[in-house]
Design a protein around this ligand. Structure first.
Ligand code: UD1
Ligand code: PEP
Length: 434
């Protein structure tokens, strides 16, 4: 288990370039399985989860050439289907969440997809029903083995149909979409998730010869094609990392320019941070966050306490709520954080309370934050990162705190943030990797 030692209390200054988006990368990497032709992907973040998926594709038989850091050429012309029955596959595939999205492409192209219960953050129940109900609608025969925890789906031929998803699952939509592009006839996916990750996947699939319309909406129309060809795809900047940097800047009274943010793709994210009182200015496609001695939370129009909650896109992403929560600790005013989607994502507030934050965990989904208005710094403590976004939130808290903090289990941070210590140290932070 790796550890960060952080000496906090200093302001940072300078420029940060966001990495490529983790959750888009995981989708488009799985899409390389849909063709035997070459697919080039650039701006892939060099993070644990993405590297695990690239390694998994390689051991499955995908030929991979690294052009430079972040750019790879993939050729899935010779997949070793027998490998999917090995212990090694079970171990590797279970170690991250994104691997679930190999099932749709495998089913569509080879007639059989399987996966052990995937990993990812332990942030509450994370069911896969949406994925397999969708495959079943396309004609897949589904089996779950409770002894091996393996999900299997098989079909000689997939046939397009109308699918109303039971929830707008991000990876579920991607998975079903990747199966439907090679199904016979037309598929409609209603209640589809429509995050920029998914819009990017749709655009990539269309570049490969798929026929998808309705991109960006919650109703996707897919006309199946016989086969797909190679393409070039560039991953968008990571909107969750951009949000993390906005929160970091405010909390540590730093002046930060976040370069090339692809602003139109950020949706409601900048607005939510503005509601916390954080100033920002769009300069070209760079987001400039000035040094602010204090930031004041809005109230609702009637004067009642602001609530910030998550919702399926174009609502506010649940992956930024932990960061909003930690940022609110030093705001002026109070805010209620309501994490609707995940039931175990707020428990990390215990550590923030130990650091001196005024937070009341009302129940597993809601936390009330009474801002300290930068009048009382947090104090450094020793803590363990429970999940990726809580991990970064603790890092932000530690950077703002007086004294030294240690964060254990930083693999949780490294699985989603590339070289975070090096990049922040370049701006004046003091983070040591032990
Ligand atoms: C690898 C990857 O891409 N992971 C992301 C993906 O996970 P993932 O695709 O696993 O998450 P899902 O979208 O399936 O669901 C997330 C949670 O939200 C609940 N839910 C979902 C949709 C809905 O309309 N109502 C609802 O309550 C689900 O029951 C589940 O508890 O999307 C999540 C939701 O944005 C993000 O937190 C994860 O970072
Ligand atoms: C929850 C997340 O990731 P995963 O779905 O990979 O666990 C996340 O990126 O915030």
């Amino acid at each position: 288990m790796g550890t960060f030692e952080i000496r906090g209390g200093t302001s940072l200054k300078g420029e940060l370039t966001p990495q490529g988006a983790k959750n888009e990368a995981l989708q488009v990497l799985c899409a390389v399985l849909l063709t035997g032709e070459k697919v080039t992907i650039s701006n892939l973040p060099d993070i644990i989860d993405v590297n695990k998926l690239i390694n998994l594709l390689q051991v499955m038989g995908v030929k991979i050439e690294k052009v430079e850091r972040g750019t790879y050429v993939f050729k899935a012309s010779d997949i070793d289907l027998a490998y999917l029955d090995t212990e090694d596959f079970a171990k590797r595939a279970a170690s991250l969440r994104g691997s679930i999205m190999i099932v749709g492409p495998l089913l569509a192209r080879f007639g059989k997809g399987l996966i052990p219960k995937p990993g990812g953050d332990k942030i509450g129940r994370r069911r896969l029903d949406t994925h397999f109900e969708g495959f079943a609608k396309l004609g897949g025969k589904f089996n779950y083995n409770p002894k091996t925890f393996f999900y299997t789906v098989e079909a000689k031929k997939l046939v397009g149909t109308y699918i109303h998803l039971d929830e707008a699952s991000v990876t579920g939509t991607a998975n079903i979409l990747m199966a439907a592009v090679l199904a016979k006839g037309e598929t409609i996916i209603y209640n589809a998730a429509c995050e920029p990750y998914l819009q990017q996947l749709c655009k990539m699939l269309n570049n490969m010869g798929a026929k998808i319309t309705g991109i960006g909406s919650n109703k996707l129309y897919i006309t199946g094609v016989k086969e797909l060809k190679g393409c070039y795809h560039r991953v968008l900047p990571d909107m969750i990392e951009i949000g993390s940097f906005i929160g970091l800047a405010a909390m540590t009274k730093s002046e930060i320019t976040i370069k090339d943010v692809a602003y139109p793709e950020l949706g409601i994210i900048p607005n939510v941070f503005k509601k916390l009182g954080i100033q920002m200015e769009l300069r070209g496609d760079d987001l400039y966050i000035p040094k602010q001695e204090s930031y004041e939370v809005d109230t609702f129009i009637d004067g009642s306490i602001l609530t910030i909650s998550d919702a399926p896109w174009p609502g506010f992403t649940p992956d930024l709520l932990s960061i909003v929560l930690v940022t609110a600790i030093q705001a002026k005013g109070s805010v209620l954080i309501h994490q609707k989607m995940f039931e175990s994502r707020l428990f990390f507030v215990d550590k923030l309370i130990d650091m001196g934050a005024q937070v009341i965990l009302c129940d597993p989904h809601r936390a009330a934050v009474i801002g300290l208005n930068q009048q009382q710094p947090l104090r450094g403590i020793s803590m363990t990162s429970p999940d990726i976004r809580a991990g970064v939130s603790l890092l932000i808290a530690a950077l703002s705190a007086e004294g030294t903090s240690t964060i254990h289990n930083i693999e949780q941070i490294d699985r989603g943030y590339q070289d975070i210590d090096i990049r922040l140290n370049n701006l004046g932070a003091d983070i040591r990797r032990l």
